[in-house]
Ligand binder design. Structure first.
Ligand code: ATP
Length: 230
């Protein structure tokens, strides 16, 4: 039996208010795939990601993400969707009044974790995975930009999602730090089998870490996998 894609949109139209941003979107991403989302500014990358994490409602077409039907999504179901996927932003703000460990613990509690030992193990595990195993006691302002981005990735991994959606995760970083983040994302994809969809403007990253590319252009999403293999 063929495995269901981790994410799929069929004949989908994406709106911001009354403006049609993308139409007839047909994409599927499989488990464990790494996919870039590129396109000129204002062409709808963030709108597409927002639809996938339930921030924009899917009004036309069909869609599912990690088994959730986007057409049937309402504000009550969004928290359940969010527990099953990780989201990484360019400028995610950590809570400034507590250290890294407590920032992560806050997210665990907010997503229903209760058992203290399980929480401690999970926090140690994700911090280890992002290379910050010894930095849990640090306050956010004591971290570099790259380290803060790693904490954000650790946060996205807390509920062991099968899919991570990342909106310009290297946007504010210098090339070397950005390479480190890309290596980390590819490792998570390879070792944990997590599918990753990453919006980016950074063509250097694309060249250095080649993978499948989706491109937003003229109100459409163009899939290089479909072009190459159709
Ligand atoms: N909250 C909003 N309300 C109305 N229109 C919006 C809203 N957010 C974005 N738009 C419009 O939707 C279009 C697509 O924006 P979007 O942010 O998805 O593009 P993008 O490709 O992610 O751009 P960038 O690369 O600059 O982040 C733009 O024309 C934008 O002005």
């Amino acid at each position: 039996m063929e495995e269901q894609p981790i994410l799929q949109l069929s004949s989908a139209s994406i709106y911001q208010g009354n403006s049609l941003i993308l139409s007839d979107v047909n994409i599927a991403v499989n488990r464990g795939e790494f996919v870039y989302l590129i396109g000129k500014t204002g062409t709808g990358k963030s709108s597409l990601l927002k639809t996938l994490y339930g921030d924009l409602t899917l009004r036309e077409g069909e869609g599912q993400v990690v088994g959730f039907d986007l057409k049937k999504m309402d504000w009550k179901k969004v928290p359940y969707l969010r527990r099953n996927l990780g989201v990484v932003f360019q400028d995610f703000q950590l809570l400034t009044d507590r250290n890294v460990h407590d920032n992560l613990k806050f997210v665990l509690k907010a997503t229903g974790w209760q058992e203290p030992k399980h929480m401690e193990d999970k926090i140690a595990d994700v911090l280890d995975k992002v290379g910050l195993g010894t930095k849990g006691f640090k306050m956010p302002y004591e971290l570099s930009g790259g380290e803060q981005q790693r904490v954000d990735i650790a946060r996205a991994m807390l509920n062991s999602p099968k899919l991570i959606l990342a909106d310009e995760p290297t946007g504010n970083l210098d090339p070397e730090t950005s390479d480190g983040i890309m290596q980390l994302l590819f490792r998570i994809c390879r070792e944990d089998g997590t599918a990753i969809v990453m919006a980016t403007h950074d063509y250097i990253v694309l060249q250095k870490f080649p993978s499948r590319v989706l491109r937003t252009e003229n109100g459409q999403v163009i899939d290089n996998a479909a072009i190459n293999f159709a």
